[in-house]
Design a protein around this ligand. Structure first.
Ligand SMILES: [Zn+2]
Length: 283
């Protein structure tokens, strides 16, 4: 189903907004990437997810976060970084085989407190920490096991931190607790993967705390970059601790996904800024 707010994105897509923007960027020699987020994928969304990945494979340049930072990007196609948040089992059972088959890199941001839980504990975590509805189908909504994460890393995928308990860092007033959520999660993930965990995604996209500089705490804990859920493209040289990412759920209409994957949502924000500056200038 196409939502009302997606109509402007589609309109810009058909008007060729992203083509003009890409041409201007090429002339200016600017490199950028669009980071996209998935969460859980249900069994009925698999076909839709496959179609989205096939589109990305054919029409975009899918890169890893490491590629983005080493500027290993295309100047011809939209560069896409695929990410998954929370650590749902469907990331392993449904998404990973498709990504592997198409040879697409991806990063899985995992809340390590959501790993290897019993059926009862995982349902509780989903309800109270991820603010989602547990499913009756275990394959659809459940947590990852230690061996799933080991397999992900063995297959070349990247694992990133997402706090121990999927904490909204904007609301924490206890610095010790905030640091523990970040540091303990990183230690646990590094123990499971046997590798350094360099990247972090803010749960709920909450990257600002009125009392503490979260980015500074991430830096002190050895994180090289962190992702928000703010929409927009990421230019090379952007602040690595507030990288934009756009939510593109597996259920999203394929035509809307295509328009967004080519960067047309940025055009919607551009239009909004233009309209608000015109209305401001009237007063
Ligand atoms: Zn999350």
């Amino acid at each position: 189903m196409i939502r009302r707010q997606d109509l402007t994105v589609l309109l810009l897509y058909y008007l060729g907004y992203s083509k003009v923007r890409d041409l201007i960027s090429r002339l200016q020699r600017k490199s950028f990437a669009l980071f996209i987020i998935f969460h859980d994928i249900s069994s009925i969304e698999i076909t839709s997810f496959v179609n989205k990945m096939r589109f990305l494979k054919r029409f975009t340049n899918v890169v890893s976060i490491d590629d983005f930072f080493s500027e290993n990007l295309s100047s011809e196609k939209m560069n896409i970084v695929i990410t998954f948040d929370d650590g749902y089992r469907s990331n392993f059972t449904y998404a990973m085989p498709i990504l592997t088959r198409l040879n697409l890199p991806a990063t899985f941001f995992i809340s390590s407190g959501f790993v290897n839980l019993s059926r009862e504990a995982e349902s509780e975590f989903i309800r109270t920490k991820l603010m989602a509805q547990p499913s009756t189908n275990q394959e659809d909504k459940g947590c990852l096991k230690y061996e799933d994460i080991e397999r992900m890393v063995d297959q070349g995928f990247t694992v990133g931190g997402h706090t121990l308990n999927h904490c909204n860092l904007a609301y924490l007033r206890d610095r010790g607790k905030l640091e523990y959520e970040i540091a303990e999660d990183k230690i646990k993930l590094e123990r499971i993967t046997g590798r350094k965990v360099d990247y972090f995604a803010y749960p709920f996209g909450a990257h600002r705390n009125p009392e503490f500089d979260i980015a500074e705490i991430l830096k002190q804990n050895g994180y090289k970059a962190a992702m928000t859920t703010l929409p927009g493209l990421n230019l090379i040289g952007a602040n690595p601790y507030t990288l934009n990412r756009e939510a593109t759920p597996a259920s999203m209409h394929i035509q809307v996904f295509r328009a967004r994957a080519l960067g047309n949502y940025e055009g919607v924000n551009f239009l909004k800024r233009c309209i608000s500056s015109i209305s401001d200038s009237k007063y």
